[in-house]
Design a protein around this ligand. Structure first.
Ligand code: PEP
Ligand code: MG
Length: 897
C-alpha cells in the first residue's frame, strides 16, 4: 500500500519532493523542537495520482482519518466536537514555492453547531462567527466554485453599514447575520447548502487544493518560473491557531536578514489582532517587527531565538510566518527565503565571512541570471527631482513605463510593444499576467511582504508598494497624488524600486555599480564588492572557458573587461554594413573576374583594419573569425523599392539609373524562397570566387601587422554551415594556400587553426569525417536548433510558440534554452565522434545558448571546452560555468524549497 500521509513528526526538509517545501520544513521545525501547531501532510504523490486518475487514490481517505485521529489525540479535541472543536487549516505546498498561486482553506470544521463551541471556548462570539464566515467564503469560492466577488460585495456592504474596513471582525448586533447571508449566497449560486459535515469539508478541501495545482494562475506562474507541470502539490493539514483573538494576539512575517538588500539582522512585519492571510494580502498596514518588542517582549525574544536557530540550522536566510495566540508564539512556516539579486550576492559572501558556508556553497546560491539583473541601469539620483509619490521600496531597480490600471491593459499594451507600469491598490494572483508584462509594479496598499512585493522580488521586477498617498480612480482611469496631481492612464512615470519613489516622466538612467565595477574595475561597497568576490571564486572553480561573441574592437574590449577569455565568434558580415555595403554591391554586380577582384581589393584594407583592432583588443587570447555567412541578397537594397524607383523613372519618361537596373537584376537573380537554407555559409565561400581569399588575406595581414607591432595575435578561422567534410576540405585548402602566401611573403610564421561550426544535423552526425579537416568545432546552436526542429528561427517564435506554450507542448523556447533531448543528443554525438577521430580537438559553442544558465550546465556536462556569448552575458556565464562544475548544482532560483 502506498503511503500518502506523513505526520509532521516524521518528515524532514530533505523530503520536499514528496512533502512539498512547506510540509518538509514544517516537519524540520517540528524536529528542531520549535512550537509548530501539530498536523500532517498529504504527499505530492497522492496529488499526482489524483490528477492522473481524476479521483482520490485508494486508501487515501483511510490514511487521512488515521492521521486525523492521532491529531485529535494530541490536541485533545475532535473535529466536529460541539463544545470545543478541533479546527484545521488546509494549505497547499508544492516542491517549489508558488506564493499565493494555489488554494488554502482555513477553519475547516466549523458549522452551525461547532461555531457555538468555538464562541464559548474562546469567549469571543464575534470572532467565532467571523471565522465561520471566512470558512464559508474560502470554501464557497474554492471548493464550490462560487464567484468570489459575491462574497466580497456582501462584505463591503456590511463594512459600509458598520463603518469597519479590511475584513476586521464586524461589530454587528447579530454576529451570525453575515454567515446567514454567505450561506444564502452559496445556496443561490450552487443550489446546495454549505456542508455541515466536517469530514466532508476536510475531504473536499483536500480535493480543491489538488485541483488548484492546475488552476489558471498556478499554470501561468509555473510557465514563467519553469517549474514542471507534473510535480503536483502536497496538502498540509494543521491545527488552527488564531492571531485574531485580541490585542495579545497577532501574526507576522519575518526574515533572518533583509531580503531586499541582504543586510544582516532580523527584519519583518507584524499585524496585531489579525490572521496570517491579512498580512500577505496587504489588507491592513503592518507595523515593523521591532514594534513587537514593546507589544509582547517575551514572544519577540522567543521569535528571535527561533530565527537564530533556523538560520544556524539552514545556514541561509530563512523567512518565517508566525502567529501569537494570546501570548503564545506559534511557528507556522519557514523556508529558505526568496531574495533580490543584490541580496543574494551579499548574503552568500557574508555567510562565507561568518564561517557558515564555504565558497563552493556560496556559488550555488547565486546565479547567472541574477548577476545579469544586477547589471541593469538605475536612475541618475541628481536628475530625480521631486517625486510624485513615495512608497515602500519593495524590489530594487529602475523602470520607466506608461501607467496602466489593470492586468489586461498591461498585457495589451506590452504586447503592442509598450513599456508599462502596473498601478493597483494591491495585487492578487489574478494580476500575475499584468505583473509579468509590466516593467514595474506600484501599489497603494500593503508592505514589503504583500503579494505585490513578494512576487515582484521573485521576478526581479521593480516594485514600490504601500504608496498610500496614491488614490486610484478606476472609473476615470487615473490616480491622484497626495499633492493633488492627477496622472492618467498612458502617462509615463519612472519607478525607483530602490528608493521607493515614483516620478513623472522618463528619468535618465545610469549604469549599475556592478556594471561600473565590471567596466572599470572600480569597486564600491555593497553588491559590486560581493559580485567581484563571487566572480573571483567562480573563475577558480570553472572548467568551461567563457568567450564572447563580438564583431568590433569596442565590443571585444568590453567583453575582455567583463572577463571573456577570447572571442568565440566574430561575425564578419557585420563588417560589411553601413557605407561599405556599396563595395559588397560592387562585388555582386561584377561582370568580370577583374571587376570582382577590384571590388574585393577595395574591401580588403577595411577588413584588415577591423581585424587588427579586434586582435589588439584581445591580444594574447583566441579570436575566432568566421567567414562570411549570410545570403548575399541581404547586402542588396529592397527589391520592391528598387522596382518602384525604376518604374517611376520610366513613367516620368526618364532613363532609369543603370546601377539600379543592374541591382534589381541581381536581386531577382539571387533572391531565395528560403534564404536561411540557401546560398549562405560555406556555400558562399565555394561559389563566390575570391571572397574567402580576400577575407583570409585580410586576416593574415592583420596577424602579421600585430606580430610586427609586438603583439600576440591568436586568430582562428571558422567555416560556417558545413554539412559535409568535402566542403570543409576544399575551403580549408583555399584558406591554407592564402595564409601560406601571406606568411611566406611576410617571412612570418604564425599558427592559425582552421575549424568549423557544427550547425547542421548532418555535420553533427558525420563529425568524425569533418574532424579530419577541423582543428576545432564550435556548435552554432541557433542554426542547429532551427534545422533540427525544422523551425524557422525568424518566424517560429512569433508565429506559433505562444499556443505551443499554452498547450504545454513547449516549456521553454528551444532557441533560448537548449533542447537537450534532441539538439543536445546531436551535440553529444558530435563531441564523441569528433574526439574519437581527433583526440584533444577543441570544442565550444557560440549560439545564443552559450549565455543561457541551464544550457551552460549541459555544455559543461557534455565536456565542451568553452561557451561563447554576447559580452553582457559573459559575467553571468562565468558564474554558471563555475556552478556547473560543482557537485549538486541546483536549477537557479529553485535550488531551495
Ligand atoms: C548559430 O547558428 O548558432 C550561430 C552562432 O551563427 P548565426 O547565429 O550567426 O547563424
Ligand atoms: Mg549559424
Amino acid at each position: 500500500m502506498v503511503r500518502y500521509v506523513y505526520d509532521f513528526t516524521e518528515g524532514s526538509r530533505d523530503q520536499a519532493g514528496l512533502l512539498g517545501g512547506k510540509g518538509a520544513n514544517l516537519a524540520e521545525m517540528t524536529g528542531l523542537g520549535l512550537p509548530v501547531p501539530p498536523g500532517f501532510t498529504v504527499t505530492t504523490e497522492a496529488c499526482r495520482a489524483f490528477l492522473a486518475a481524476g479521483e482520490l487514490p485508494q486508501d487515501l481517505s483511510r490514511q487521512v482519518v488515521l492521521a486525523l485521529r492521532q491529531l485529535e489525540k494530541r490536541t485533545g479535541r475532535r473535529l466536529g466536537q460541539a463544545d470545543d472543536p478541533l479546527l484545521l487549516s488546509v494549505r497547499s505546498g508544492a516542491r517549489y514555492s508558488m506564493p499565493g498561486m494555489m488554494d488554502t482553506i482555513l477553519d475547516v470544521g466549523l458549522n452551525d453547531t461547532t461555531v457555538h463551541g468555538l464562541a464559548k471556548h474562546s469567549g469571543r462570539e464575534r470572532f467565532a462567527w467571523d471565522s465561520y464566515r471566512r470558512l464559508i467564503q474560502m470554501y464557497g469560492s474554492t471548493v464550490m466554485g462560487v464567484d468570489e466577488g459575491l462574497f466580497a460585495e456582501a462584505l463591503a456592504r456590511a463594512e459600509k453599514v458598520r463603518g469597519t474596513t479590511g475584513g476586521q471582525q464586524l461589530g454587528t448586533r447579530d454576529p451570525g447575520e453575515l454567515v446567514a447571508e454567505f450561506k444564502a449566497i452559496v445556496r443561490k449560486a450552487t443550489g446546495t447548502d454549505f456542508p455541515q459535515d466536517p469530514d466532508e469539508q476536510l475531504e473536499q478541501s483536500v480535493l480543491a487544493v489538488f485541483r488548484s495545482w492546475n488552476g489558471e494562475r498556478a499554470r501561468v506562474y509555473r510557465r514563467r518560473e519553469r517549474i514542471p507541470d507534473d510535480l503536483g502539490t502536497a496538502v498540509n493539514i494543521q491545527a488552527m491557531v488564531y492571531g485574531n483573538l485580541g490585542p495579545d494576539s497577532g501574526t507576522g512575517v519575518a526574515f533572518t536578514r533583509d531580503p531586499a538588500t541582504g543586510r544582516a539582522g532580523v527584519y519583518g512585519d507584524y499585524l496585531p489582532d489579525a490572521q496570517g492571510e491579512d498580512v500577505v494580502a496587504g489588507i491592513r498596514n503592518t507595523v515593523p517587527l521591532q514594534d513587537l518588542r514593546d507589544i509582547d517582549s517575551l514572544s519577540y525574544e522567543r521569535l528571535l531565538a527561533h530565527m537564530e536557530l533556523l538560520e544556524e540550522h539552514y545556514r541561509d536566510l530563512c523567512d518565517v510566518e508566525f502567529t501569537i495566540e494570546r501570548g503564545r508564539l506559534w511557528m507556522l512556516q519557514t523556508r529558505i527565503g526568496k531574495r533580490t539579486a543584490q541580496a543574494a550576492f551579499r548574503i552568500a559572501a557574508e555567510l562565507v565571512d561568518e564561517g557558515r558556508i564555504t565558497w563552493d556553497e556560496a556559488l550555488l546560491r547565486v546565479g547567472g541570471t541574477q548577476l545579469t539583473q544586477l547589471m541593469f541601469p538605475r536612475f541618475d539620483q541628481r536628475a530625480s527631482g521631486r517625486p510624485l509619490a513615495h512608497g515602500i521600496p519593495a524590489s530594487p531597480g529602475a523602470a520607466v513605463g506608461q501607467v496602466v490600471f489593470d492586468s489586461a491593459e498591461a498585457v495589451r499594451r506590452a504586447t503592442a510593444g509598450e513599456r508599462v507600469v502596473l498601478v493597483r491598490e494591491e495585487t492578487t494572483p489574478d494580476d500575475l499576467p499584468g505583473m509579468i508584462a509590466a516593467q514595474a509594479v506600484l501599489t497603494s496598499r500593503g508592505g514589503k511582504t504583500s503579494h505585490a512585493a513578494v512576487v515582484a522580488r521573485g521576478m526581479g521586477k521593480v516594485c514600490v508598494c504601500g504608496a498610500d498617498d496614491v488614490r486610484i480612480d478606476l472609473t476615470r482611469r487615473r490616480f491622484t497624488t497626495g499633492a493633488g496631481q492627477e496622472v492618467a492612464e498612458g502617462c509615463v512615470v519612472s519607478v525607483d524600486g530602490t528608493a521607493g519613489t515614483v516620478h513623472l516622466g522618463a528619468l535618465p538612467l545610469v549604469d549599475s555599480p556592478v556594471m561600473r565595477y565590471l567596466e572599470t574595475g572600480e569597486r564600491s561597497a555593497g553588491p559590486a564588492e560581493a559580485v567581484e568576490r563571487v566572480l573571483q571564486q567562480a573563475d577558480a572553480v570553472a572548467r568551461l572557458e567563457v568567450r564572447a561573441n563580438a564583431d568590433t574592437p569596442e565590443d571585444a574590449a568590453r567583453a575582455r573587461r567583463f572577463g571573456a577569455r577570447g572571442i568565440g565568434l566574430c561575425r564578419t558580415e557585420h563588417m560589411f554594413l553601413g557605407g561599405r555595403r556599396r563595395l559588397v554591391e560592387d562585388m555582386i554586380l561584377a561582370r568580370t573576374d577583374s571587376e570582382r577582384q577590384c571590388a574585393l581589393d577595395a574591401l580588403l584594407p577595411l577588413q584588415r583594419a577591423d581585424f587588427v583592432g579586434i586582435l589588439t583588443a584581445m591580444d594574447g587570447l583566441p579570436v575566432t573569425i568566421r567567414l562570411l555567412d549570410p545570403p548575399l541578397h541581404e547586402f542588396l537594397p529592397d527589391r520592391t523599392e528598387l522596382a518602384v524607383r525604376i518604374a517611376s523613372a520610366k513613367a516620368a519618361g526618364r532613363v532609369p539609373d543603370d546601377r539600379e537596373v543592374r541591382l534589381l537584376e541581381a536581386v531577382e537573380r539571387i533572391r531565395e524562397q528560403n534564404p536561411m537554407l540557401g546560398l549562405r555559409g560555406v556555400r558562399l565561400a565555394l561559389t563566390v570566387p575570391g571572397l574567402t581569399a580576400m577575407q583570409v588575406r585580410a586576416l593574415g595581414e592583420a596577424v602579421v601587422a600585430r606580430v610586427r607591432a609586438g603583439g600576440d595575435p591568436r586568430a582562428e578561422i571558422m567555416v560556417p554551415l558545413v554539412g559535409t567534410q568535402e566542403e570543409l576540405r576544399v575551403v580549408r585548402e583555399q584558406v591554407e594556400t592564402t595564409l601560406s602566401e601571406v606568411f611566406t611573403a611576410a617571412k612570418c610564421t604564425v599558427q592559425c587553426p582552421v575549424g568549423t561550426m557544427i550547425e547542421l544535423p548532418r555535420a553533427a552526425l558525420t563529425a568524425a569525417g569533418i574532424a579530419r579537416y577541423a582543428d576545432f568545432f564550435s556548435f552554432g546552436t541557433n542554426d542547429l536548433t532551427q534545422t533540427t526542429w525544422g523551425f524557422s528561427r525568424d518566424d517560429a517564435e512569433a508565429s506559433f510558440f505562444a499556443p505551443y506554450f499554452d498547450q504545454g507542448i513547449l516549456r521553454a523556447s528551444p532557441f533560448e534554452k537548449l533542447d537537450e533531448d534532441g539538439v543536445g543528443r546531436l551535440i553529444r554525438t558530435a563531441v564523441a565522434e569528433g574526439r574519437a577521430a581527433r583526440p584533444g580537438i577543441k570544442i565550444g559553442v557560440c549560439g545564443e545558448h552559450g549565455g543561457d544558465p541551464d544550457s551552460i550546465h549541459f555544455f559543461h556536462a557534455t565536456g565542451l571546452d568553452y561557451v561563447s556569448c554576447s559580452p553582457f552575458r559573459v559575467p553571468g556565464a562565468r558564474l554558471e560555468a563555475a556552478r556547473a562544475a560543482l557537485p549538486s548544482a541546483g536549477r537557479e532560483g529553485h535550488s531551495t524549497a
